[in-house]
Write a protein that binds this ligand. Structure first.
Ligand SMILES: Cc1cc2nc3c(=O)[nH]c(=O)nc-3n(C[C@H](O)[C@H](O)[C@H](O)COP(=O)(O)OP(=O)(O)OC[C@H]3O[C@@H](n4cnc5c(N)ncnc54)[C@H](O)[C@@H]3O)c2cc1C
Length: 375
């Protein structure tokens, strides 16, 4: 008989894990509290580094992402505030693979691709659904749903994001992500020809950047230090224009052309968390932002959630003994995620002027090299 898995959270990590486990022969159910696949996602873009594409390839989704996005021939380049060229960052190829160093696509498109694939392989997706309680014993986990009904599964995966409700069943319940002092503005714009990779432009108080997410679409981001706060949507364009005032080059041109009073900007605070190992207790295991919230400085948050899913699928698929499978999963994931969380934090600190002399180019190149190593 199939072993059964309940995944709580149908975001990027939950859907990727569901596909990987289904491919490994498990019966998989996903609970997603939103009412459909689009309702929980911002309409902005997502960076897919080469290691994300490798993991997506393992679950049958890489080609669809590249077809829907913008596969780039290099990772990125850095410019100064006036638009003067500083550095190239080509990225590290994966041995024996023809995958590009970077793909960008819209977040709704990624969700659509993952959802189609999950349906294709036979994952049961339940929207408008959540849990109230988990009770585990020697033979399985009883999941109590709102209203008092219940279900029984062999294993439960917590894929419910940065404010995970499953986390308290595995780790110290006081463990919480920390605001790092920076927030990022994001705005989709038509793709200018030079946005053919990640373009970074360092300003006096923050980092501006561009990511291609389709043949004709890109987004601009601006990462800067500020208190964690809600800003009325109508104030965001003016604020972003003020932040971008010192910039020349591409950022200056995009500011003048596209940061108009009626444009739709997303402002998002940046939170960080690396949970101590192990990432499992008994039959319950955590993946994605629930266990490692990664700030966007290396574009690796979603990539790591997808990798978690692929590795968990491999480990549970090959070990009958779930304790052994979960221990191997944590072993293979912990140091890799910790490196990214810590390097992203260091880049953030450098951007805020708290780590003068930090070499962000070498740090980024190092992470890209490590990410190209086998999973
Ligand atoms: C604006 C923005 C831009 C980003 N840009 C990038 C980028 O370019 N590249 C990159 O790699 N990463 C990026 N990230 C980070 C990336 O989105 C996350 O690391 C990634 O989504 C983590 O996936 P996840 O599945 O672990 O969590 P999430 O995507 O947060 O998914 C969790 C899911 O669980 C559901 N859920 C939560 N609680 C419950 C519950 N109790 N019951 C049922 N369902 C529940 C939620 O509705 C959600 O659908 C960005 C994040 C944001 C917000």
């Amino acid at each position: 008989m199939f072993r059964s898995v309940l995944i709580i959270g149908g975001g990027i990590g939950g859907l990727s894990t569901a596909i990987a486990l289904r491919q490994a022969g498990f019966a998989v159910t996903v609970l997603e509290r939103q009412h459909d696949l689009h309702s929980s996602i911002f309409g902005v873009g997502i960076i897919q580094p080469i290691n994300a594409l490798r993991a997506l390839d393992a679950i049958g989704c890489a080609q669809a992402c590249m077809d829907a996005g913008y596969p780039a021939t290099a990772w990125g380049a850095m410019y100064d505030v006036d638009g003067g060229f500083l550095h190239e960052m080509r990225g590290t190829p994966i041995e024996g693979s023809a995958l590009p160093p970077l793909n960008g696509l819209t977040r709704p498109k990624l969700h659509e691709i993952l959802t189609d694939r999950a349906n294709e392989v036979g994952v049961e997706l339940r929207y408008n659904s959540t849990f109230e309680q988990l009770q585990q014993d020697d033979t399985g986990v009883t999941v109590v749903y709102p209203g008092g009904t219940s279900g029984r599964f062999d294993y439960v995966v917590g894929a419910d994001g940065v404010y995970s409700a499953v986390r308290r069943y595995v780790l110290d319940e006081t463990l919480m992500p920390q605001y790092i002092g920076q927030s990022a503005y994001r705005l989709n714009i038509p793709r200018e020809p030079e946005i053919d990779r990640i373009i970074l432009q360092k300003g006096p108080t923050g980092m501006a950047g561009f990511v291609p997410i389709g043949p004709d679409l890109a987004y601009i981001f601006y990462n800067t230090d500020m208190p964690k706060k809600q800003v009325p949507a109508e104030d965001l364009p003016r604020q972003l224009r003020e932040h971008l005032a010192p910039f020349g080059g591409l950022t200056g041109r995009v500011r003048d052309k596209y940061v108009t009073d009626d444009c739709e900007i997303v402002l998002r605070p940046e939170e960080s968390l690396i949970s101590p190992a192990p990432w499992h207790r008994g039959r319950i295991v955590l993946i994605g932002d629930a266990v490692h919230a990664i700030t966007p400085h290396l574009g690796q948050g979603a990539a790591q959630a997808i990798e978690d899913g692929v590795v968990l699928g491999e480990c549970l698929g090959k070990h009958e003994d779930y304790e052994q499978a979960f221990a191997e999963y944590t072993d293979r994931r912990y140091e890799r995620c910790k490196l990214i969380v810590e390097t992203s934090l260091a880049i953030g600190a450098w951007e805020m002027g708290r780590m003068p002399g930090f070499d962000n180019i070498s740090a980024t190149n190092h992470v890209l090299e490590v990410m190209a190593q086998p999973l």
